[in-house]
Design a protein around this ligand. Structure first.
Ligand code: ADP
Ligand code: ADP
Length: 228
């Protein structure tokens, strides 16, 4: 069965904005799905609902079979989220940041997974550094480590390369591919076609709250008349 099932999702904010309009989508375990669309399309709203941060106006979402409204804790445990804004305490160390995130899920501060996680993100040698000493790329990898601290099966990345330079963007692409190779299902949002094309197995195009199409990237590129 799909790891995430989204059925007829609707979101209307109190302001009256219709942010999502009847979105249905199934996400398979182990894939990288890019949600591609311009600013205001509804991408962050969709991710926020799946992660249980925003209440839907209608429809249903199940994560690993758990309904996000009725069984929020079990659903949320399966998910890690890297939000758009970077928010790290500059005086905290890499280890303390990640241990804090583990504590939120009742995980012990240390175990073999923690070391493996930090090594896979090339952060192990920096584990005692304060985050203010880190490069922009390392800070982003710390945010990913925090999101993966409780060993979720699905990772959400909201605009992972917004406002970063080309070198860092490429670094993020490699990190995402590496995580997928470790079996993590990844959903990311972007407004760059190139980024969706580089990173994803499937691309969902979203605009004005509607999921216009979802296709393997090879087919989508065909429709845009591009080779890759
Ligand atoms: P919900 O119905 O999900 O609780 P609300 O409509 O109450 O959402 O809005 C949540 C918060 O986001 C409010 O404080 C609101 O002022 C703020 N907000 C309103 N418009 C926007 C916007 N366009 N983008 C981001 N936040 C907004
Ligand atoms: P995207 O992530 O694709 O840029 P969003 O999901 O942030 O799109 O926004 C979708 C629409 O919902 C936009 O019109 C936005 O202004 C509106 N919106 C987003 N968050 C809120 C909020 N909390 N309250 C009211 N309106 C919001």
């Amino acid at each position: 069965p799909p790891i995430i099932q989204i059925e007829h999702l609707v979101k209307r904010y109190d302001s009256g904005t219709a942010a999502l309009d009847d979105v249905s989508l199934e996400i398979r375990e182990g894939e990288i799905l890019a949600l591609l669309g311009p600013n205001g399309a509804g991408k962050t709203t969709l991710i926020s609902i799946i992660c249980g941060l925003v209440r839907p106006s209608g429809g249903a979402v199940r994560v690993g079979g758990h309904d996000i409204q009725r069984d929020w804790r079990a659903a949320r445990r399966m998910i890690g989220l890297v939000p758009q804004e970077i928010a790290l305490d500059p005086f905290e160390t890499v280890l303390s940041c990640v241990r804090f995130s583990r504590g939120l899920y009742g995980e012990p501060p240390d175990d073999p997974y923690l070391e493996q996680l930090l090594r896979s993100l090339a952060l192990w040698d920096k584990r005692d550094a304060r985050t203010r000493e880190l490069s922009g790329g390392m800070k982003r990898r710390v945010l990913i480590a925090k999101a993966l601290a409780h060993r979720p099966r699905v990772l959400f990345l909201d605009e992972p390369t917004a406002g970063v330079d080309v070198a860092l963007r490429r670094e993020m692409w490699l990190v995402v591919r590496d995580l997928r190779a470790q079996g993590v299902t990844i959903i990311l949002t972007t407004h760059y076609l190139e980024e969706a094309e580089e990173m994803a197995d499937r691309i969902g195009v979203i605009n004005h709250g509607r999921l216009l199409l979802v296709q393997p990237k090879s087919e989508l590129m065909g429709e845009f008349g591009k080779k890759h």
